[in-house]
Ligand binder design. Structure first.
Ligand SMILES: Nc1nc2c(ncn2[C@@H]2O[C@H](COP(=O)(O)OP(=O)(O)OP(=O)(O)O)[C@@H](O)[C@H]2O)c(=O)[nH]1
Ligand SMILES: [Mg+2]
Length: 321
């Protein structure tokens, strides 16, 4: 499946012409035009930067997690402490990285034994279907992070596995400003209890092959218990996001929604309206909405929402009620 943002392609001839025109202008610039440019630049620098939260009014993002998840039981402090203790102390190790679904260790063997099964062995097939998305018997349950390129999937993995007391994120998964940086499915084993899968993003900077391996993983991986779909808090939910939501919904793949980069949200009311009108809360699957920021700054001094996300992961793996 090829998923691409609809981007406006500029007219290259006009673009080159405008470059040439600009070059000429620069060459022929008179003293007065230089003055004008300088004045413009100094005016622009005087313009106020788009509003940052005043220190005394930093929003409590945690309140958002409560507001938008009213139909779910709020985790107790005891639950949150238990889950935090696990993630703060668990040994995390990189387990595999694949660009083809069949290359996942053990997957090919599983598939070939599946083909050998006689057609009338319906009960085993039924049993396997029931196991899928609920629990795993021999291997640890897996959760996957999905989302557009650059939305913060690799960062959220580092966020989850970094101790709450540490200010800087660990560097388990590689993070980059470059769009489409993660190119394979990457699996991390957390304390031998569960596995977290980082995935290549969809949209700009992605490729058909990357999309295919992710979709095949979603449809066929028996160990998968929950998808976490990431949406950037500071951006609009776009057509590709909606397509993916529709896809995982139609294929009955259990999922939750994680808003990332909440530190970049400047207008909380506008943000709340965006979420309310997105239709996410009206989906029959009732995904949880989790609001997070993986980077901290003076106006977003904590990694908000990570407790709730960790708790939801733990819960989806059947490790807490
Ligand atoms: N301000 C802010 N920046 C973030 C946050 N999370 C991630 N970023 C930045 O966003 C950029 C992309 O982050 P990644 O974690 O690599 O995103 P990704 O979804 O894995 O990207 P691809 O692998 O390219 O699909 C990096 O520059 C991160 O530092 C966040 O919560 N707040
Ligand atoms: Mg990545």
């Amino acid at each position: 499946m090829r998923i691409m943002y609809k981007r406006q392609v500029h007219n290259s001839t006009a673009f080159i012409q405008s470059l040439v025109a600009n070059t000429n202008t620069t060459r022929l610039a008179t003293q007065s035009s230089v003055e004008r440019t300088r004045k413009k630049a100094s005016k622009a620098s005087l313009k106020k930067k788009p509003g940052k939260w005043p220190k005394e009014k930093i929003p409590d993002w945690l309140e958002l997690n409560d507001t938008f998840n009213k139909h779910y039981r709020k985790p107790t402090n005891f639950d949150l402490n238990k889950v935090n203790r696990f993630f703060n102390n668990a040994k995390v190790k990189f387990e595999w990285c694949v660009s083809k679904f069949d290359d996942i260790p053990g997957q090919k063997r599983k598939d070939s034994s599946l083909h050998q099964e006689s057609d009338n062995d319906i009960s085993r097939k039924y049993e396997r279907e029931n196991i899928k998305h609920t629990t795993s018997i021999n291997s640890s349950p897996e959760v996957i992070f999905l989302g557009g390129t650059n939305v913060g999937k690799s960062s959220i993995l580092n966020n989850i596995t970094t101790s709450r007391v540490s200010r800087d994120l660990g560097s388990l998964a590689r993070v980059s400003k470059t769009t489409g940086f993660t190119k394979t499915l990457n699996c991390y084993n957390v304390g031998n209890r569960l596995k977290m899968i980082d995935s290549p993003g969809y949209g700009f900077g992605s490729s058909k092959g990357q999309g295919n391996v992710t979709l095949q993983y979603l449809l066929e991986r028996e160990e998968l218990v929950r998808c976490f779909l990431l949406l950037a808090g500071d951006k609009d939910i776009n057509a590709t996001d909606n397509m993916i939501i529709q896809y995982i919904h139609d294929h009955r793949i259990p999922f939750e929604v994680v808003f990332t980069k909440m530190d970049k949200v400047r207008d909380l009311d506008k943000f709340k309206k965006k979420v309310t009108s997105s239709g996410l809360m009206d989906l029959p699957a009732l995904p949880k909405l989790i609001f997070t920021n993986s980077l901290t700054s003076s106006t977003s001094p904590k990694r908000f929402g990570i407790d709730f996300l960790r708790y939801t992961i733990f819960q989806s793996c059947g490790l807490i009620s």
